[in-house]
Design a protein around this ligand. Structure first.
Ligand code: SAH
Ligand code: AVI
Length: 321
């Protein structure tokens, strides 16, 4: 019982730093510069994301919390009690508390790339649920992960809330869902939180908040590159830019160079024209039918769908059989 040692799912700190450097060099080299959004989440990035979740414009967290509270009994019946609960991109593990309380898992396995956020969340969770066995894994779920093996025939349920699946391309999301389908086995299930398609004005506000927290979150990626890779980005010379790309059904976030400039990342030098951007994140929005089709293509049977009273957000219950 209790908290287990945090295990590393992919690699140690040096290998992680090398992989980060490689992603940054590769991402800044092509004509459309782009960086993977998973690198937002160092300790500062995770803290900024937690502030985003509490912003009045960022409806996603509140809507998902509300729908989980409203339907927790039905969600627990769907997930079953006493099983292995795995969560990807667990962050603060906030909504998870409702699920843990209702399903009493035999073990909770949170997986997150942000080791500091994971440690903090696990410590808090351990205090809130003293009897709960927690087996945290710090690692990148977009690469092969080494997960602790659990003996026994407990049902496995994967929880992937927050619409983090929207930060993957539809092809990546499908590959991810296929991976989780393999992990849970024939009796398993999955709960996926997915942001719904909606009025572009609401979406725009959620990613362009008045306090500028989303802008700070986006710009922190450059600050992180400076801190960890010895780069010299001048954050005052880049601006946050987010818009809804309706044909592709996604919010795009970019960092736009305000002037012509060049930036050094270690031995590499990158030129920016004025107005040129680094594409830093996509956040796909799916109708219920679109997401069910994606899940079915990955080998899951769509079971239940719960939405909040305003129809902003959906929690999909998927069945492996
Ligand atoms: N589940 C929480 C947090 C969502 S934010 C919620 O619903 O509020 C996205 C989380 O996924 C962050 O904690 C981030 O560190 C983590 N994350 C993003 N990309 C990841 C990756 N490739 N591997 C593991 N964790 C990742
Ligand atoms: C974690 N993820 C689902 C967030 C989103 O809404 O795409 C990240 C985020 N980006 C800007 N604001 C929040």
């Amino acid at each position: 019982m209790g908290r287990e040692h945090l295990s590393r799912g992919n690699s140690g700190i040096d290998a992680r730093r090398a992989a980060f450097r490689q992603d940054v060099i590769a991402g800044l080299s092509p004509p459309q510069k782009a960086l993977p959004p998973k690198h937002f989440y160092d300790a500062a990035g995770s803290r900024l994301f937690e502030r985003i979740c509490r912003l009045p414009e960022y409806y996603l967290t509140r809507a998902e919390l509300a729908l989980t509270r409203a339907h927790v009994g039905a969600i627990a019946r769907f997930a079953g009690t006493g099983g292995v609960l795995m969560e990807y991109g667990s962050g603060e593990s906030l909504k998870t508390r409702l699920l843990i309380r209702a399903t009493r898992p035999s073990v909770y396995m949170p997986v997150d790339i942000s080791e500091d956020a994971l440690r903090l969340a696990v410590a808090k969770l351990g205090r809130a649920f003293p009897g709960l066995r927690i087996a945290p894994v710090a690692g990148d779920f977009s690469r092969p992960l080494d997960l602790p093996a659990f003996r026994g025939r407990d049902r496995r349920v994967v929880y992937f809330p927050g619409s983090t699946i929207g930060n993957l391309s539809p092809q990546e999301a499908q590959a991810f869902l296929r991976m989780t389908r393999g992990q849970v086995g024939p009796r398993g299930a999955m709960l996926v939180g997915v942001d719904l398609k909606k009025d572009a004005g609401l979406l725009h506000a959620a990613y362009n908040d008045a306090r500028g927290v989303t802008a700070a979150f986006n710009l922190n990626l450059l600050a992180r590159i400076n801190r960890e890779l010895g780069a010299d980005f001048d954050l005052r010379r880049f601006a946050h830019y987010a818009f809804y790309n309706a044909p592709l059904g996604r919010i795009e976030m970019h960092l736009v160079s305000l002037v012509p400039q060049s930036v050094n990342v270690g031995d590499h030098r990158f030129g920016f024209a004025a107005g040129e951007s680094i594409h830093t994140e996509d956040s796909y929005k799916y109708s219920v039918a679109e997401f069910q089709a994606l899940a079915a293509q990955a080998g899951w049977r769509p079971g239940k769908v719960w939405t909040d009273s305003k129809g902003l957000f959906a929690l999909h219950g998927l069945i492996a059989d």
